[in-house]
Design a protein around this ligand. Structure first.
Ligand code: DX5
Ligand code: ZN
Length: 223
């Protein structure tokens, strides 16, 4: 399986965000990861569908919207309309996950279920059957620039086993604290999609750093 790199634009400089997004695309970004936070489910506030739509008008790369908001069902149609073709919601704050995943799919987007570092993987057993991808958080959601929680490597290996037995076509995405130093280990532990925020945007040369990370994950594909 080809491994995908998803720069998390939350970590970018919003004054220069267009230029920075273009640099990640020249570097080989496969998806743009768009973090949506509402100040309720997580303590931070970011951007909504209008900003997503403004970006999507300029770029062809698919946008992956990670919804860290209460009552995501209410906003999912707007995010699809704005151009998100991958949408993920947290298992911790969605009471009817089956309905929400099918709502996303019925609107024509890929449906993802996200799990926080402190939530047992066993909670995913049923949702995995209905999801196109599962997003394992390797930091507590809310901010970019946090340190990778090491235990995530074991959880990733465990999740990969669950995925292989329950729904082999479901992709595994990982998000939080991924950078040049640890991306190879994360790839070898079984991730298919790598969200990278500060690991790309804090670099002096965004295009070169994106290229470098793509090379590392492509190398891990062959192992
Ligand atoms: C955290 C977000 C992440 C974050 C990643 O809540 O979901 O996508 O922006 O940033 P880094 O890679 O810096 O941890
Ligand atoms: Zn995210």
């Amino acid at each position: 399986m080809r491994k995908l790199l998803a720069p998390s634009i939350l970590a970018g400089d919003w004054w220069n965000i267009g230029e920075q997004i273009e640099a990640t695309i020249r570097g080989g970004a496969d998806l743009l990861h768009f973090d949506v936070m509402d100040g309720h489910f997580v303590p931070n506030i970011t951007a909504g569908p209008e900003i997503l739509s403004c970006i999507k008008k300029r770029v062809k790369v698919p946008v992956d919207a990670h919804l860290m908001i209460d009552n995501p069902d209410r906003y999912i149609p707007e995010f699809v309309k704005a151009g998100a073709s991958w949408i993920s919601v947290h298992i911790e704050n969605v009471p009817h996950i089956h309905r929400t995943l099918h709502l996303i799919k019925d609107l024509g987007a890929r449906a993802g279920v996200v799990i926080n570092p402190g939530t047992s993987l066993s909670l995913l057993e049923e949702a995995l059957r209905h999801a196109d991808f599962v997003l394992l958080m390797s930091v507590n959601p809310g901010f970019s620039g946090q340190s990778f929680i090491e235990r995530s490597i074991e959880r990733l290996k465990e999740l990969r086993k669950m995925r292989d037995s329950i729904n082999p076509s479901c992709l595994i995405e990982i998000d939080g604290g991924i950078k040049e130093e640890n991306i190879r280990d994360v790839a070898l532990a079984g991730a298919d999609i790598f969200v990278v925020g500060s690991g790309i945007f804090a670099s002096e040369d965004i295009e070169a750093e994106t290229k470098k990370l793509k090379e590392i994950i492509s190398f891990a594909e062959a192992v």
